[in-house]
Design a protein around this ligand. Structure first.
Ligand SMILES: *Cc1c(COP(=O)(O)O)cnc(C)c1O
Length: 397
């Protein structure tokens, strides 16, 4: 029973995340089932992780095969799955080299270390990185410092220095913040956790030009936008703006924990001994990530995300036209936010659980929708019915 597991959890687990009262037992494609066998359409995808759907057969098969063959060796040795994953990601992106780690925060740590080392060597010792307000870069101390949201920082001070924050979408602010100490600019192509904030037309191009004029590195944190989420394999492709360094994680492993940072050759400042990881790039997660990435490419899952994203966006806008409680709908690919005119997001999320659709409460007045990228039209239609039922129930008072 859901209630029994909830009681046990509160007895043993640190209370750091306000959970929804759903104990998920299994999943398939866009759907999950709880321990009481109630079915839900999963429009959270494990926080934009299950891009190829729950229990994807190709990924499951790769994990099973690899688990029976070899899990872990350490990076003192070569393994085939790691090299295969490196190859498919490099060959399908604008980046030249990769390092594989275990999470988004670790990927960003690596990217920041690389940019600092590069700045010391190539920018007269400059090590500062400009990031955006409302960004989200992860939970390690370095990423807490990089993340432009003071409420994540204040409770953990002292935090690492070396970051300056500017408003997203404000190129002039970015120009004024650039100094001789700046080595890089780090942005999410679309801000995810910060509210699904889409860059205005031309902004990322202007950032790229500014980096080129001033010899700065452009780092894209594609932990959330990478692997098809925005309707292209990598988010940067949706904007035609290439980063010098890119980080990946969430959608990379088809559900297993893995991250990576990638760099163009000219930014590749590391030499042996500069960075490493015990588990990073292990055979198991690399086999899963290779299978998932190959599935995305072979089946044009990114293309499906683009088409289904248009479909979902249109449906959400129709819902907005019908319901005054919705004040704004915004998104791209299969990353969408629905904003309300008051703080009803917890009530909507709760009522939607009842109605059989899982949503992410992004803000007190906003929810985020990010279904698996394999979602179908029929599933979106069904999801919209359930979302509307939840919305009506939550706003009835
Ligand atoms: C989730 C997220 C991270 C952190 O990833 P973890 O795997 O939770 O460490 C970093 N950057 C962005 C853009 C994210 O969405």
């Amino acid at each position: 029973m859901t209630t029994d597991w909830k009681d046990l959890e509160s007895q043993y687990y640190m209370f750091v995340v306000r959970r929804q009262p759903v104990v998920i037992a299994r999943g398939e494609g866009t759907r999950v089932w709880d321990v009481d066998d109630k079915e839900y359409l999963d429009f959270t995808s494990g926080w934009a992780v299950n891009n190829v759907g729950h229990a994807n057969p190709q990924v499951a098969e790769a994990i099973e095969r690899q688990a029976r063959t070899l899990l872990q060796t350490s990076n003192q040795f070569y393994t085939v799955p790691q090299i295969q994953l490196a190859q498919i990601l490099v060959e399908n992106s604008c980046l030249d080299k990769i390092f594989i780690c275990n999470s988004g925060a670790e990927a960003n740590e690596g990217a920041i270390k690389l940019a600092r080392k590069w700045g010391k060597a190539n920018r007269d010792g400059a090590v500062e990185i400009i990031t955006a307000f409302n960004s989200f870069h992860g939970r390690t101390m370095m990423n807490v410092a990089a993340t432009g949201q003071p409420h994540y920082q204040e409770i953990f001070e002292p935090i690492p220095t070396g970051f300056t924050h500017v408003d997203f979408n404000d190129i002039e602010a970015l120009k004024s913040a650039t100094t001789d100490e700046t080595c890089a600019i780090m942005l999410e192509p679309v801000q995810g956790e910060g509210g699904v904030n889409i860059p205005s037309v031309g902004y990322l191009e202007q950032v790229r030009e500014w980096c080129d004029e001033n010899g700065l590195l452009l780092i894209f944190d594609e932990v959330q936008t990478g692997l098809g989420r925005l309707g292209t394999l990598f988010g940067y492709q949706s904007f035609g703006v290439e980063p010098d360094i890119m980080t990946l994680a969430k959608g990379l492993g088809g559900g297993v924990p893995i991250g990576a940072f990638m760099a163009k050759d000219h930014a590749m400042a590391f030499v042996p001994g500069d960075h490493g990881s015990t588990f990073g790039g292990n055979a198991l997660t690399c086999a899963a990530a290779h299978a998932s990435t190959k599935y995305i490419i072979d089946n044009d899952v990114s293309g499906n995300a683009a088409v289904m994203g248009e479909y979902l966006g249109a449906a959400l806008n129709r819902l907005k036209a019908k319901h005054d409680a919705i004040s704004e709908v915004r998104g791209m690919g299969l990353l969408w936010a629905v904003l309300f005119d008051s703080d009803i997001s917890p009530a909507v999320v709760g009522a939607c659980n009842e109605a059989g659709i899982l949503l992410n409460p992004l803000r007190p007045n906003a929810v985020r929708l990010m279904p698996p990228l394999t979602v179908t039209r029929e599933e979106i239609d069904e999801a919209m019915e359930r979302l509307e039922a939840g919305l009506v129930a939550a706003t009835r008072g």
